[in-house]
Design a protein around this ligand. Structure first.
Ligand SMILES: NC(=O)c1ccc[n+]([C@@H]2O[C@H](COP(=O)([O-])OP(=O)(O)OC[C@H]3O[C@@H](n4cnc5c(N)ncnc54)[C@H](OP(=O)(O)O)[C@@H]3O)[C@@H](O)[C@H]2O)c1
Length: 266
């Protein structure tokens, strides 16, 4: 067993493991010898990923925006020692807030905010009892200020970062490490969904997963990538708030297919 698997093993739950950053987390964790519970709605990519990994795996096809989906994950892990949870699944439709369907807004709240809270509440107490474990909550640079055209999503990412930071403090001394991973643009199917274009400075999912895992136990938040660390510091500390919001609006609009800023396509 690797040092990492001893510290955070033997099992990790990766929420949203079927593609993108979640898949990169799964591969990175498998490389560190951690067995994996892979969760997402579509079973096929989960099975394909599980078959390619050199560790023990359990796949759970579940909608984490629902109580039934969360219950399925808890049932599937009832007999496993889960030492790490990566709260990564998220929904991020773009478009004007006033045009968004109420169901889409509810899904953002349930998946991006509700699922990390429920996962944390379920898995952290047994980790603390064993005096070892970890939780990573995927957040975003979108959540560092208002992000027009991704307004509710950005607010949900601020929620995730603040949740993780509070938990980081509360779990200190319990043997359980909590960190928020505040990523900039990452080249995933989610980023380019609906014809969105990757902005300059987009990084690879592997880089994000590696930075988050390396940052676990080193503080309340990780910002992957040197360029992103500089730009988030500039935007959140030096730039006037209005300018930071305006910059995010322009960057998000530039990434959308033309004319799509009024249509809320994901
Ligand atoms: N990509 C970026 O530029 C970027 C930047 C900053 C932060 N982030 C954050 O990083 C995380 C991952 O982003 P990503 O770009 O890799 O996302 P993505 O490509 O959209 O993938 C999302 C993953 O979550 C799963 N998922 C979606 N809805 C789900 C649900 N209701 N229940 C269970 N699983 C669900 C998806 O699988 P199924 O469709 O099979 O369910 C998929 O595996 C998110 O928290 C995002 O906010 C991303």
């Amino acid at each position: 067993m690797t040092e990492f698997a001893e510290r955070y093993g033997p099992w990790a739950v990766v929420a949203g493991a079927s593609q993108g950053i979640g898949e990169a987390f799964a591969r990175a964790l498998a490389g560190r010898g951690t067995n994996l519970v892979l969760v997402a709605r579509r079973p096929e990519p989960l099975t394909a990923l599980a078959e390619a990994l050199p560790v023990r795996t359990v796949t759970v096809a579940a909608d984490l925006a629902t109580a039934a989906g969360l219950a399925a994950v808890f049932a599937a892990t009832a007999e496993l020692e889960v030492g790490l949870v990566v709260a990564n699944a998220a929904y991020w439709p773009s478009g004007l807030f006033v045009d968004a369907a109420e169901g889409d807004l509810q899904r953002i709240i349930d998946l991006n905010c509700g699922a990390p809270v429920r996962l944390a509440r379920h898995y952290l107490p047994p980790m603390a009892a064993r005096r070892r474990g970890g939780l990573i909550v995927m957040s975003s640079a979108s959540g560092l200020q208002g992000n027009p055209l991704l307004t509710a999503y950005a607010a949900s990412k601020a929620f995730g970062a603040v949740l993780a930071e509070g938990l980081w403090w509360e779990m200190r001394g319990s043997g359980v490490d909590v960190t928020a991973c505040v990523a900039g643009a990452v080249s995933t199917p989610g980023l380019t969904a609906g014809g969105r274009r990757p902005p300059p400075g987009t990084v690879a999912p592997d880089e994000v997963a590696a930075a988050a895992l390396a940052g676990l136990g080193r503080g309340p938040r990780v910002v992957p990538g040197a360029l992103m660390r500089v730009s988030t510091a500039l935007m959140s500390r030096l730039m006037p708030r209005k300018s930071a919001i305006d910059l995010m609006a322009r960057a998000t609009k530039a990434a959308l297919p033309s004319g799509d800023d009024k249509d809320g396509a994901a």
